[in-house]
Write a new protein. Sequence first.
Length: 150
Amino acid sequence: MTAALPPSARPLTPDEEVLVDLAARTIDSTTDAGPGEHGVHTMAAAVRTADGSTFIGVNLYHFTGGPCAELVALGAARAGGATEVTHIVAVGNHGRGPVGPCGRDRQILLDYYPSIRVILPTPEGVRSIAITDLVPLATAWSFEDGSTPA
């Protein structure tokens, strides 16, 4: 028995399919790992902003937990002047396709972009899902609540 998808899950729009393709082309052209090998750059992420701009990033693998591709893409978007990120997808090298964000990335997406849609694989195929459905019962964090980041 498979779990039902959350209510926000839906098939990809044409713009979301373009975002997946952008991330796939990026990692295909930048990976430094042969098939079955470990490498420093094995994932790419692409983000779309409210104005339709796109930004990309690749991971920087390191045993200390180097930045995931999603965080690099978010940093590139901000460096490019973006403030409202609406969609994100990460794609693995060697045709692995979309990969869901790790727990740390999910929490960061929820905290900074609570209305973002995440493109990821599901038992029903690749879908676009609201971040709030990927982090149920989460504790939200923000600068406004008086917390200070560690």
